[in-house]
Design a protein around this ligand. Structure first.
Ligand code: GTR
Length: 383
């Protein structure tokens, strides 16, 4: 029995499209003061910071960027994994703040024979715990395919900064470096911690001469897909942000209340979001934001969402709509039109275009090689 089926039995879960409430989404282009936002500078100086602030306060908590020192130590290097195609490095990232320390491990594969610095793809990993990077079997992290297309790829496990556990989540970077966040109802929780780790990985990429950090992608699946989105919103160094089947609190619109809802997710995973987000359980309509606005935070960089047909818990249509509606940012502010078909139900081929793309594949909730192949097509188009 899966956790989702236990939750389904416990709550009144809607998976019937005809019962989705009419969508009344908050307007991304009207500021808190009622100002209509029409230019890039109004967007970047007024509305975007306002929205980042709302997501921080009401949903995710911050990803703190202040610390005193960061050090990178290569703890191992092997020249011959994947039959000589790659170089594999394990890097310990050690960060200190106010006399306290935290250390996390990054696994990195680089193409062996590249004549120039390689673009990099970071996978935020919450699944298999593997110290040697061998989590490729089921396509979750298909290192060989990624390397063969000329990308470097790195991964860290969320547990190295925050255990995915309601009791123990703070026993990592939160207690070690940012203890003042814990009593704050708007404070840092696991998405803040996992995002913090992704940002420290980026700090490393910027220092490694074999990596082209200006061409960097963050990928996450499900809870890590929510992490990838929040990180990409906060940290504008990522040029492409990819969120796979991230559902409630990630890609999907909360106001649709289809599949997992704000109430269900906060009851099941109280340590993921900050305490303020719990106030919106069964009150999605009073959220000052919705997830289409999170998608918009990536602009003018590129953003990609993906869904699986049978993953109704994550609300594929809600994922698609938030991207489609959010992509107005490119057309209306950055003058870089993108177009998403209206007919979601009959969508077959991936929507591959500059700035914003999407695919839905057959099958269940998972991250597969098929997903990765579309991601890499999108990245190539956007770099
Ligand atoms: C589910 C959770 C989802 C999703 C998923 C996952 O149980 O309800 O929000 O994040 O876990 O991370 O695989």
């Amino acid at each position: 029995i899966s956790l989702n089926s236990i939750l389904m039995a416990q709550y009144d879960v809607n998976e019937d499209e005809s019962k989705v409430p009419p969508l009344a989404l908050p307007d991304p282009f009207i500021s808190k003061e009622g100002k209509v936002i029409t230019s890039i500078s109004e967007w970047e100086n007024i509305r975007r910071p306002e929205l980042i602030n709302l997501f921080t306060e009401e949903v995710y908590g911050p990803i703190p960027g202040d610390f005193d020192e960061i050090k990178f130590e290569e703890v191992s290097e092997s020249q011959n994994p994947l039959e000589g195609l790659a170089i594999f490095k394990e890097i310990d990232i050690r960060v200190s703040r106010k006399g306290q320390k935290h250390s996390m491990r990054l696994n990195l594969f680089l193409p062996q024979n590249s004549s120039k610095p390689s673009p990099v793809i970071l996978l935020v990993n919450h699944r298999e715990k593997s110290e040697d990077g061998k989590i490729a079997e089921d396509g979750y992290w298909p290192v060989e395919n990624i390397i063969k297309r000329g990308f470097a790829t790195a991964s860290f496990h969320g547990e190295t900064v925050a255990p995915d556990d309601a009791e123990r989540f703070s026993e990592g970077v939160i207690s070690n470096l940012y203890p003042e966040e814990l009593p704050n109802p708007a404070g840092m929780r696991t998405f803040g911690a996992w995002g913090w780790a992704a940002m420290r990985a980026m700090d490393y990429f910027e220092k490694d001469p074999l990596i082209d950090a200006k061409k960097s992608t963050i990928v996450g699946h499900s809870r890590s897909g929510k992490t990838a989105l929040w990180t990409g919103a906060i940290d504008e160094r990522w040029s492409v942000v990819i969120s796979n089947e991230s559902g409630c609190g990630g890609a999907a619109l909360s106001r649709r209340k289809f599949g997992e809802t704000v109430k269900i997710i906060n009851n099941a995973f109280p340590h993921w979001f900050n305490d303020n987000f719990k106030n919106y359980a069964d009150h999605e309509e009073s959220l000052p934001i919705d997830q289409h606005m999170l998608a918009m935070m990536m602009a003018p960089r590129s953003v990609y969402f993906s869904s699986a047909r049978e993953d109704r818990w994550a609300d594929p249509k809600g994922e698609y709509l938030s991207l489609k509606i959010g992509s107005r940012i490119y057309s209306e502010i950055y003058e870089q039109p993108v177009a998403f078909p209206d007919d979601f139900e009959n969508l077959k081929a991936p929507v591959l275009q500059k700035h914003s793309g999407y695919h839905i594949r057959e099958g269940k909730h998972n991250l597969t090689l098929e997903d990765w192949n579309h991601f890499m097509d999108f990245i190539e188009l956007n770099q």
